[in-house]
Design a protein around this ligand. Structure first.
Ligand code: M6P
Ligand code: ZN
Length: 193
């Protein structure tokens, strides 16, 4: 049997379209229960704004290849002032990292390790973020246009959403007078109802 073959994959930097793609999913605001500081505002926005799209992920993978890749496209927006963000995760395998390359838009990559150390990496066109093994990572669109980034990850990395679902991250990113502010998360350590 032939192994995986070399491939050219096209990423549209403005829309995040992946050609060819082998998978795709979307996350709407209704999928993100308990993630934002203001859960009531999230529910209101789901009801009154037609359950807005928050982000989508398109990927390309081949069987028996150790890496896979894709794009994440995040819409601009916020919930009660807290910018749209991904769920955030550790990798299930603690020895697996990931690389994010921002293609368009502007945002912040919030990272936190098991000891509670926080790092923030700016996301802007051309910036490449190295996510070392065992750092939780969450991306946040702080701009007024979609934030599009590509990622490359080992296929066996896996996602561990548990710690963030249970405790959150130690920092949140909110809009104040039009600019992003990184604040202590007042609900850190509390499991959402
Ligand atoms: C990036 C990658 C994916 C991840 C996606 C959404 O594209 O890290 O592995 O699934 O962001 O992030 P999350 O799964 O945390 O919602
Ligand atoms: Zn990851």
């Amino acid at each position: 049997m032939a192994g995986p073959l070399p491939a050219e994959i096209f990423f549209d930097a403005a829309t995040g379209r992946v050609e060819p793609a082998t998978g795709h999913y979307v996350k709407r605001l209704s999928d993100l229960a308990g993630m934002f500081r203001d859960e009531e505002a999230r529910q209101r926005d789901v009801a009154e704004r037609g359950d807005p799209l928050v982000y989508e992920v398109a990927e390309y993978r081949q069987e028996r290849c150790d890496l896979f890749l894709g794009t994440t496209t995040m819409q601009p927006g916020n919930v009660g002032g807290e910018y749209y963000m991904t769920r955030g995760h550790f990798h299930a395998r603690r020895d697996r990292g990931e690389v994010y390359t921002t293609l368009s838009g502007a945002g912040l990559l919030l990272l936190e390790n098991r000891e509670g150390r926080i790092e923030v990496v700016e996301m802007r066109t051309g910036s490449v973020a190295l996510i070392p093994p065992d750092w939780a990572h969450r991306s946040i669109n702080t701009g007024a246009v979609p934030l599009v980034f590509s990622w490359v990850c080992p296929v066996d990395a896996g996602h561990d959403y548990g710690p963030i679902l249970e405790k959150g991250l130690r920092k949140i990113v909110v809009e104040r007078a039009g600019t992003p502010q990184i604040l202590d998360n007042p609900a850190f350590g509390q499991t959402p109802a």
